[in-house]
Design a protein around this ligand. Structure first.
Ligand code: UDX
Length: 437
């Protein structure tokens, strides 16, 4: 075996590209296969189709070690560890759609030299089911824990690396673990099912933490507490920790919503009713919709009102709009009769078709101009830097619903805005809606 083992990456999506670029950075030859010809061609030219900080640079710097192809044969010839990074989107039933994973498995010929290293998030039991049909191949579960926006950093400085392998694939497990050793994080070796469960349980726990703090926020609003202070006080307890206690308008993205519902379904398939996760999902759905009530509290009926959405992506530093709260808000606002305009520093073009008739603007000021209310959906830093004095002059009514508790509420209130955060002591409720200019 060469000192730095060549590896294969199947699926040049977000996880696949980050994995490929980071392993190339660690000195490996990486053979990346995707079925979309244009994507492969543009990657070979050094053009990266997604926005992820640091990724383009890494791909450019390691061009000589990165090989892009549509041909699985090329990858099988060059590498034995095949990282499966295709997506597993949710089906209508809430179960994960494994058709892409299955297609990859079918494409791999009989070989005792090759192992599938599963990075795609799959239901617990997937590895066992694949092994049952394909006992000629090695199988290692190696879930990803990358956050969009800091994925390269997360890969290079992992909190932990999980490597799950059955007794028959221990050698492959050793080889996968060895790839990560230079990174220095703890490597957790388990069986395949436990590795699969670690991934789902981690995301479900984090989602639970968010829904929990969101419910504390909602109760705090009624009782006069400030959820930011509450979270600070709670987070200093080492057993709780400060992370994922930011109240807001709900979690979104490609992982949490899908993984929480996949784990709930998985439990349901065995006859177990995972009550806690049912509540976590429901709280998240309701949280998105509470924003509408906050607008109505100040504006009355939303019919004919212009509402600006600041931010479209599910979080900052990404153009990913999967399960973004903006999509739900846009649809709900329009069904209430409002005209929606939206701005996002990077996700505007991607969102145009999905915001259902919302007007995508070229700048935050354009979106705010003449608006009767604005909702801060995504905490992009540039929104904090806006000239709020000018914004106030431009808006038809100076109402801000800060869905991420991100803006300087005192500054805004000093400037004459009506400010509504999430779970915070806010300006006394208005009796009648402020007249519209
Ligand atoms: C997540 C997991 O963190 C990662 O380990 C997994 O591999 C993929 O899913 P990601 O989807 O990139 O990563 O987003 P993350 O930063 O975890 O945030 C998820 C959502 O939760 C966002 O919509 C964010 O706005 C929201 N969130 C996060 C909160 O509402 N409050 C918080 O305190 C933290």
């Amino acid at each position: 075996m060469p000192e730095r083992e060549p590896i294969g990456v199947i699926g040049a999506g977000w996880v696949g590209l980050v994995t490929a670029a980071c392993f190339a950075e660690l000195g490996h030859d990486v053979h990346v296969r995707d079925i979309v010809q244009e994507k492969v061609e543009s990657l070979a030219r050094g053009e990266v189709p997604i926005y992820e900080p640091g990724l383009s640079d890494l791909i450019l710097q390691n061009r000589e070690r990165l090989h892009f192809t549509t041909d699985m044969g090329d990858v099988l010839q060059s590498a034995q560890l095949l990282f499966c990074c295709v997506d597993t989107p949710p089906l209508y039933s809430g179960d994960a759609d494994l058709s892409r994973v299955e297609r990859v498995v079918e494409e791999l010929g009989d070989s005792r030299e090759h192992a599938i290293v599963m990075k795609s998030t799959v239901p617990v039991g997937t590895g066992r089911s694949i092994r049952r049909r394909r006992d000629d191949l090695g199988y290692v579960s190696n879930p990803e824990f990358l956050k969009e926006g800091t994925a390269v950093e997360d890969f290079m400085h992992p909190d932990r690396v999980v490597v799950g392998a059955g007794p028959e694939s221990q050698d492959f497990g050793d080889r996968v673990a060895a790839l990560y050793e230079p990174l220095g994080g703890p490597i957790v070796r388990t069986d395949v099912e436990s590795a699969e469960m670690i991934k789902l349980a981690s995301n479900a726990f984090l989602a639970t933490k968010i829904s929990f703090i969101n419910e504390i926020a909602n109760v705090s609003e009624e009782l006069g507490a400030d959820v930011n202070e509450v979270a600070r006080g709670m987070g200093l307890d080492n057993r709780i920790g400060p992370q994922f206690l930011r109240a807001g308008i709900g979690y979104g993205g490609s992982c949490f919503p899908k993984d929480v519902s996949a784990l709930k379904q998985l439990a349901g398939n065995t006859g177990y009713h995972f009550q806690l996760l049912t509540a976590v999902i429901e709280v998240n759905e309701l949280q998105k919709r509470r924003t509408i009530q906050k607008l109505q509290k100040h504006l009355g009926s939303l019919v004919g009102k212009d509402i600006a959405l600041l931010g479209i992506s599910f979080k900052p530093q990404t153009d990913d709009i999967r399960e973004a709260t903006s999509l739900v808000l846009s649809a709900r606002l329009q069904s209430e009769g409002a005209h929606v305009r939206a701005f996002d520093p990077v996700a505007g073009a991607r969102a145009a078709d999905l915001l259902g008739g919302a007007d995508i603007k070229d700048s935050a000021l354009d979106a705010l101009d003449g608006a009767h209310g604005a909702v801060l959906v995504t905490e992009w830093p540039e929104f904090r830097e806006l000239d709020w004095g000018e914004v106030k002059d431009r808006m038809a009514q100076p109402l801000i619903v800060d869905g991420r508790n991100f803006l300087d509420s005192e500054l805004l209130e000093r400037q004459g805005f009506t400010y509504e955060g999430v779970g915070r002591a806010h300006a006394p409720a208005l009796g009648a809606p402020t007249p519209v200019r």
